[in-house]
Design a protein around this ligand. Structure first.
Ligand SMILES: NC(=O)CC[C@H](N)C(=O)O
Length: 140
């Protein structure tokens, strides 16, 4: 399997599968994606039901908005917002380090990591409104 680092909206539209990784700030990411036409290309690509794997910030972007330096509008493909973790309960924010997953729904992409810990670096998380979406699946 060969991988291409996308450079243009056309690369996104021509992709057979797309992985959008994380790390970064939501508003800076959306500025770049809106200015270079990639936001529109991503929406078109995802709405055609092409395979899409968003990791952290790469997943956050499909929601309506993020509270990070905002509110800032996302692609709005999945109802819900990206909100900051509540630190008042004693949890440290940002959440940095290895932690277990609480898998709500089995998926082949999680088969190899289901019982291992994975590494997190984030202060925000997507809060979907499940009753309002049926089309896309979120994991875990
Ligand atoms: N790892 C990331 O992609 C972090 C995204 C975002 N800045 C957050 O803190 O949630």
């Amino acid at each position: 399997m060969s991988f291409l680092h996308v450079q243009s909206p056309e690369d996104i539209l021509n992709a057979k599968r797309l992985i959008v990784p994380g790390v970064g700030a939501f508003s800076a990411m959306m500025d770049v994606l809106n200015n270079n036409g990639m936001a529109e290309a991503l929406s078109t690509y995802i709405e055609k039901d092409h395979p899409f794997l968003g990791i952290c910030l790469g997943l956050q972007l499909v929601f309506e908005s993020s509270e990070e330096n905002g509110p800032v509008r996302g692609l709005g493909l999945i109802p819900g917002v990206v909100g900051r973790f509540d630190s008042s309960n004693g949890f440290r924010v940002p959440h940095i380090g290895w932690n277990a997953l609480d898998i709500k729904k089995d998926s082949v992409i999680l088969d190899d990591i289901a019982h291992r810990h994975v590494y997190f670096v984030h202060s925000y998380r997507a809060v979907p409104i499940p009753s309002l979406f049926t089309k896309y699946q979120l994991y875990p």
